[in-house]
Write a protein that binds this ligand. Structure first.
Ligand code: FES
Ligand SMILES: [Fe+2]
Length: 470
């Protein structure tokens, strides 16, 4: 099924808005998100002398810790436990990491990472009390710089077979940042291909220094991406359900309007981005790099984005990438670091009227993360979707909400999108491609165009598997 720009305009009702945005234990939306692996912390947060940090995730207070099996850290395993001790609810993030688990300082109860109570040393000798009590614990897996946890019911499924998990650690870099808004608000900027032509627009000459994205040229055309985005502001967008979520394809005919493709100076830009249902996106950053970004609730009014940059060609320089990004967030010494951007509502996201007049569309600097942050935070923590006016270009947002509401009605979590065989998921394909066929392109040409660019990239990669149809 392909959903074009002709979809019917409809708003979400207040009741639907609640369903879509509430994520605490026992809520339909919380159950939905808990049936997928979620990022709990960066591994870099668990470095140092005492790898124990408090984490709030989906409205639950947790403690994440690293258990070192070998002194050199080579056999590190991670645990995620409820933060309140099962005994009398003291805070386990102050616990003692010792004797194969986390020990509560109040009465010395010791829990391993499965939540098993190993000792209750204040009880009489021979007491079997600890066999009758356990700590809430969630399974974990570490992959490419992120500690993942699964908070669903029953047994945890395998991690999806996405590139972000399959890529070798030499070819990835992961980071995170805090946004003061509901996770869905954050996610919806990522499934909205139209905004890039405005929110991230650069008014000056592209020779000038410009942020971290959009400076590259579009394939072999010699046209900088930022110019293409600026000159073709109204892409034709389609949203197509897939095994992992949905694929968004944005077409921008460049050159001679409706005759694009008729000469060597004109072409159609085909940009493929994705929703990995329910709360991640994969988008191309350049010919070599794609980024997968999860939006995970801290609670209903704040969230973290976790991004994994994946290089299909050369290894990445993680130290340089970390230094660039660490500069933009508050890494408050202590426990835990917040990763809150220094630019935020308290300083008007860095807004400067002269810059907005002369240089950038937002007046908020060159960093596209700040632009996105303003777009998702400025409506307020949970914006009122019953007062929106969704337009035809919001086709991805509309599909996301429909899929979420359908998933909440599904008879079991196994029937939700992407849950039946997550390990079989591949990619997803996320690429910028160019077609010189005459505009408008038939759907078959669009598909062949991006799939051929994606196949070329994977054929040249030392690790990426060929992409089968999804
Ligand atoms: S409250 Fe934790 S051991 Fe008593
Ligand atoms: Fe954006």
């Amino acid at each position: 099924m392909t959903l074009g720009w002709f979809v019917i305009v409809a708003m979400s009702t207040p009741a639907e808005n609640e369903l879509l945005t509430e994520t605490g234990p026992g809520t339909p939306g919380g159950r939905l998100l808990r049936s997928y692996w979620q990022p709990a912390a960066l591994t870099e947060e668990l470095e140092g002398d005492r790898p124990v940090i408090p984490v709030r995730l989906l409205g639950e207070d947790l403690v994440v810790f690293k258990e070192l099996k070998e002194a050199d850290g080579s056999l590190a395993t991670y645990g995620v436990l409820a933060r309140a001790c099962a005994h009398r609810r003291a805070d386990l993030s102050f616990g003692r990491l010792e004797d194969g688990g986390l020990r509560c300082p109040f009465h010395g109860w010791l829990f391993d990472r499965q939540g098993t109570c190993l000792e209750t040393p204040a009880e009489p000798e021979g007491s079997t009390f600890c066999t009758r009590v356990s700590q809430v614990a969630y399974p974990t897996v570490e992959r490419n710089g992120i500690i993942w946890t699964w908070m669903g019911e029953g047994d945890a499924p395998p991690l999806p077979g996405l590139d972000a998990f399959a890529a070798p650690s030499s070819h990835v870099f992961s980071f995170k940042g805090l946004w003061d808004c509901n996770w869905l608000q954050a996610h919806e900027v990522g499934i909205d291909p139209a905004h890039a032509s405005f929110l991230h627009r650069f008014l000056g000459s592209v020779e000038e220094e410009y942020g971290l994205q959009f400076r590259a040229t579009v394939a072999d055309t010699g046209v900088p991406t930022t110019v293409l985005m600026r000159d073709v502001p109204n892409p034709t967008i389609t949203a197509e359900p897939t095994s992992y979520g949905f694929r968004l394809v944005a077409l921008r005919p460049y050159g001679s309007g409706s005759t694009a493709g008729a000469s060597t100076d004109s072409f159609t830009h085909v940009r493929v981005t994705n929703c990995i249902f329910p709360n991640a996106i994969t988008i191309p950053m350049s010919a070599d790099i794609a980024i997968t970004q999860w939006h995970v609730p801290i609670d209903d009014e704040s969230c973290y984005w976790y991004s994994t940059f994946v290089s299909y060609t050369d290894p990445v320089d993680a130290d340089v990438m970390r230094a660039q990004r660490s500069d933009t967030v508050e890494l408050v010494p202590g426990n835990p670091k917040t990763y809150r951007p220094k630019t935020n509502r308290s300083n008007n996201w860095g807004y400067n009227a002269a810059e907005q007049r002369d240089l950038t569309y937002t007046g908020m600097g060159f960093d596209i993360n700040v632009h996105d942050q303003w777009a998702v935070e400025s409506p307020g923590a949970i914006h009122d979707r019953s007062r929106e006016h969704l337009s035809p270009s919001d086709v991805g947002i509309r599909l996301q909400r429909r899929m979420m509401l359908a998933a909440m009605e599904a008879p079991s979590t196994e029937t939700q999108v992407g849950t039946s065989d997550p390990a079989a998921l591949r990619g997803p394909g996320s690429v910028d491609a160019v077609s010189r066929d005459p505009h408008p392109l038939p759907a078959s040409t669009v598909g062949a165009c991006w799939r051929s660019a994606e196949a070329k990239r994977r054929a040249a990669s030392s690790w990426a598997e060929e992409l089968s149809l999804q």
